[in-house]
Write a protein that binds this ligand. Sequence first.
Ligand code: COA
Length: 227
Amino acid sequence: MTTAGEGKAPPPRVILWGGTGQAKVVRPIIERCGGRVVAVFDDTPGLAAPFPDVPLHLGWKAFQDWIRQEEVARLGFCIAIGNPHGRIRIALSDKLKASGLRPVSVIHPSASIEDNASIGEGCQIHAGAIVGAEARIGRQVIINTKASVDHECELEDGVEIGPGATLCGLVQAKINAWVCAGATVLPRRVIHADAIVGAGAVVRKDVAAGTMVVGVPAKPMATRKGT
Ligand SMILES: CC(C)(COP(=O)(O)OP(=O)(O)OC[C@H]1O[C@@H](n2cnc3c(N)ncnc32)[C@H](O)[C@@H]1OP(=O)(O)O)[C@@H](O)C(=O)NCCC(=O)NCCS
């Protein structure tokens, strides 16, 4: 099991940004690695706290007030927000790093990652996921439970690969692309920026930026407004 504050020992105290389901997934991994989740932040008014024993704070102002009491060098962060909000993960990561916190990569012990694959900062790689030889994974990427990212795939920043999805070799997923649960992307195809591949789709052709494709074979359904 790995959680790392990039290039250094894991920070002992970790905050989560995002207080819904993804927070529940990442917390046990962080804590089994010796980190402790000390606060959760979210922007959603009225959101119920995800954990009875960890305080939930709402908004950036609340974060700024909270951080004044803290020793920033001991703090890491994990952004527990799924897609289509990969661009928000990237922007929040920049803000939190500028405040002195370190991004934590959350990698489940049952994930299999080839030694020559590269993993960017703040990634989440969940139970049973596979990252193949020479894959290049950008920052703030989420690879969900039992997803497979095969040899020489390139995933840009903010990409999410859903549970059980399969990216064959040499696939490229551009910034904030989202491949949903159980989809399959054939070798060398390119999923362009902000595109969505719906659950169960089989992608035979490149997917244009901002489009959503569904079905077998995958066909465009709508154009995304962007995030
Ligand atoms: C692709 C997706 C994001 C679209 O969501 P949406 O924009 O809310 O789409 P809607 O549910 O409004 O459906 C719109 C239409 O597309 C169809 N559709 C939606 N997803 C589809 C899919 N995966 N395959 C085939 N058709 C689909 C719906 O049946 C509906 O058709 P209709 O208008 O004829 O009834 C969503 O359906 C999906 O696949 N989600 C999976 C999310 C996931 O993997 N989460 C894992 C997180 S851990």
